[in-house]
Design a binder for this molecule. Structure first.
Ligand SMILES: [Ca+2]
Length: 202
């Protein structure tokens, strides 16, 4: 009971301090994408970190509260912390940029995507996390993405290998494996040195 009361007081105090929820990024994502964006872009709970629901501060265990405090001290990039109120994207932002840079970017939310970079694709749907931020889609849900972005990203990703396989399979079907190997052998022979020029005859 005492612990519960202490947590409630803690939640109330954090709510008064803004509780490290940064609505500037949410507003910017919403503005550039034209989509509704909730706190689940970066947080565990779609309503944000304040409250008593799973993933919110009031529901954290003592161990998770310890992780929360460690994460809040991660001012520099590259620190191995895991904030239990943030989802994978929120934690990736924290690790990549550090809290100090994130606080600075609150004044320039349009620079968050470039600062984070476009290499990471946490949910593996082919759309980089930073693009998902700009498109207002969920970077940790492969089922959630702008349809055209998913199509174009994955076309670039898979079209060329698939095209190569298609052409090879068609060639095999038209000429047969033996003819194709014969053609390949003759082509390689033309590119070889004259017999006797090098090596030993058998
Ligand atoms: Ca993605």
């Amino acid at each position: 009971m005492a612990l519960r009361v202490a947590i409630l007081f803690g939640v109330a105090a954090l709510a008064g301090r803004g509780a490290h929820a940064y609505p500037e990024f949410q507003r910017y994502s919403q503005q550039v994408s034209g989509r509704f964006v909730n706190c689940a872009m970066c947080h565990v709970h779609p309503d944000g970190p304040i409250g008593l629901k799973p993933g919110q501060i009031g529901k954290l265990t003592p161990a998770e509260l310890g992780q929360l405090n460690s994460a809040r001290g991660a001012f520099l990039p590259g620190q191995d912390v895991m904030n239990p109120i943030l989802n994978e994207f929120g934690n990736a932002l924290l690790k990549k940029l550090g809290k100090k840079r994130i606080l600075e970017l609150r004044l320039q939310p349009d620079q968050l995507a470039d600062a984070y970079g476009y290499e990471s694709d946490i949910d593996g749907d082919g759309v980089p996390d930073a693009h998902e931020f700009l498109q207002g889609t969920d970077p940790v849900d492969p089922q959630n993405g702008a349809p055209w972005a998913l199509f174009t990203h994955n076309l670039r990703r898979y079209a060329f290998p698939h095209l190569f396989l298609l052409v090879t399979a068609t060639a095999l079907g038209l000429f047969g494996m033996n003819n194709l190997l014969k053609w390949f052998h003759q082509t390689m022979d033309k590119g070889s040195p004259e017999p006797g020029a090098t090596g030993t005859k058998h």
